[in-house]
Design a protein around this ligand. Sequence first.
Ligand code: UGY
Ligand code: MN
Length: 263
Amino acid sequence: TPKCSGHDYSAVFRPAERGLDFDNLPGYTRSAHHSDHALIGVESRVFAGQRGWRSATTAHIISPARGANFAMYLADMAEESSAEPARAGVERFVLVLQGEVTVRHGKKDITLGANSYAYFPPNSTDALSSEDGAGLLVYERVYAAGGAPAFSTGDVEESPLLPTGPEVFKLRKLLPQTADYDFNVHIMDFQPGEYLWVKEVHYNQHGLLLLEGKGIYRLGDSWYPVQAGDAIWMAPYVPQWYAALGSSPTRYVIYKDTTLDPL
Ligand code: UGY
Ligand code: MN
């Protein structure tokens, strides 16, 4: 049975129910697309059918079409829905945002509730299904590390907090930090008023989804007001900085490729 983690990601899929809906002015959007970054505001998502997903729609927010080395999408699974494994050679990471999904892992059924996650190594044959519906964040990548990554599942809150040097945010990494993995998924928590100490510039790519809270994201020379449900693509070397604002904490989930040798 899913645990109650004290976190509520309902704003991601149903912003209106939390009074967080964007006042949808005709033609106005914060969404932006540049060569080194993109903001995909909640108001810009387009869900459509996708091969391999039954009774489910997906919104592909980041993909190689934007120059990324990964795909990031939201999957809205209806009742009695299912998803086939990723295609051959592709690894998949799933974070459950709402509802429940069942992973068919070999002969075992593993039920994952909100705030839990699963990693499927390349060529996994594990399928996903949902009886009553679920909202998922999915990352996929053509596996590029040449190691032996393993299937794993976990609960975000049970993942240990890691040291962050001069930074004040709280950090969790949901995948093992070994050379078997070519990306990791970080959960970052900020209290209102906290901000990134480092004005980061690095070769790693990011795919970010704001799960809770609001603030200002700096990307290159642009400063974006952001709220729960917004997604961001960061290309290699884009200057990046975040400040959490408002009255409630920010939590975001962020893909970071960990390709060890940039050459
Ligand atoms: O690990 C990171 O690169 C992370 N701190 N970046 C970010 O939050 N934009
Ligand atoms: Mn970064």
